[in-house]
Write a protein that binds this ligand. Structure first.
Ligand code: ATR
Length: 279
């Protein structure tokens, strides 16, 4: 599709950015909905990130997504934060308002919840404790989303305990920090297990976790999506657990930004997996 001189502009800012699947995703939606717009990769060296974010209104951008390693810089740079971004301490979606001010939001937790709900229609966060593995930015988004959705308790497990403790103290609420050596026993009674670490990703070893103690009724979600079927999800499925892959989190987190910049609420359809992952 060609774009006119009036095209609406948005993009994704990161460093590096060449691996990002977001231009493909938004580009597909722009075409599908016949929108005169463009969503471009913005490769910005870290020392210029703040300058680049502040330049968005001058360049006529409607906004942009922000990815690694700029989610915290964006948090500090925007003029306003929505409540979710404030709670997550990070921004992944920037909207430029008509007056030229920048509002920062964070849709990672939304994307995570929508993905698990889409994968397991009868699942809800209130059903029981969740075990979250990892304590990075993704773990924070997942934990905040689960607590806000009514999870009664989160068992937070991280190889480096101190990071989990810091995260728990920062977020507040019913989060129990669990030692790495106890990661298997803490699965007992869980309604949801989420891996937010890089373990299981192509080129990384599988997550070292025996699922024996996990109830068969529990839902297992991996936020890794390369490959779609991680060793964790394969193991979960083989013992009868429902398993939800991580691609949907990427797809669903993109929806609010697309709507804000281009004016259409986009739909996550089954063909998106192929479109986003191919090439
Ligand atoms: P992000 O912000 O994208 O979530 P991150 O901050 O790099 O990424 O966090 C990666 C997570 O994977 C961390 O929880 C990390 O554990 P540490 O805090 O102990 O580093 C976890 N991780 C990485 N390699 C791991 C391994 N070999 N075993 C267990 N956990 C690992």
């Amino acid at each position: 599709m060609t774009i006119s001189g009036k095209a609406r502009l948005a993009g994704v800012m990161g460093w590096p950015i060449g691996h990002s699947r977001s231009p493909r995703l938004h580009g597909h939606w722009l075409e599908r909905y016949g929108i005169d717009g463009a969503y471009v990769p913005l490769a910005v060296p870290p020392e210029r990130a703040e300058q680049a974010i502040r330049a968005l209104p001058a360049l006529g951008f409607r906004g942009c997504n922000v990815t690694v390693p700029f989610k915290e810089i964006a948090f500090r740079t925007v003029d306003r934060l929505d409540a979710t971004a404030r709670r997550m301490g990070a921004v992944n979606t920037i909207v430029v308002h008509a007056d030229g001010t920048l509002e920062g939001g964070n849709t990672d937790g939304f994307g995570f919840l929508e993905n698990v709900k889409a994968g397991c229609r009868d699942w809800s966060a209130e059903q029981g404790p969740a075990v979250v593995i990892g304590a990075g930015g993704a773990a924070r988004a997942v934990a905040v989303a689960l607590l806000d959705a009514g999870a009664p308790e989160i068992h937070l497990v991280n190889r480096t305990r101190a990071r989990a403790e810091e995260l728990a103290a920062n977020i507040g609420g019913p989060i129990a920090v669990v030692d790495w050596v106890s990661r298997e026993t803490t699965l007992e009674g869980a309604a949801l297990l989420v891996n937010t670490t890089t373990q299981g990703m192509t080129g990384h070893p599988p997550l070292d976790l025996d699922l024996r103690a996990l109830p068969v009724a529990a839902v297992v979600n991996d936020i890794v999506y390369t490959p779609l079927d991680t060793p964790l999800l394969v193991a979960a499925r083989s013992r009868g657990n429902r398993a939800v892959d991580g691609l949907g989190m990427l797809l669903h987190q993109a929806r609010p930004g697309f709507q804000a910049w281009f004016g259409v609420e986009p739909e996550v359809t089954p063909d998106l997996a192929r479109i986003v992952l191919e090439g």
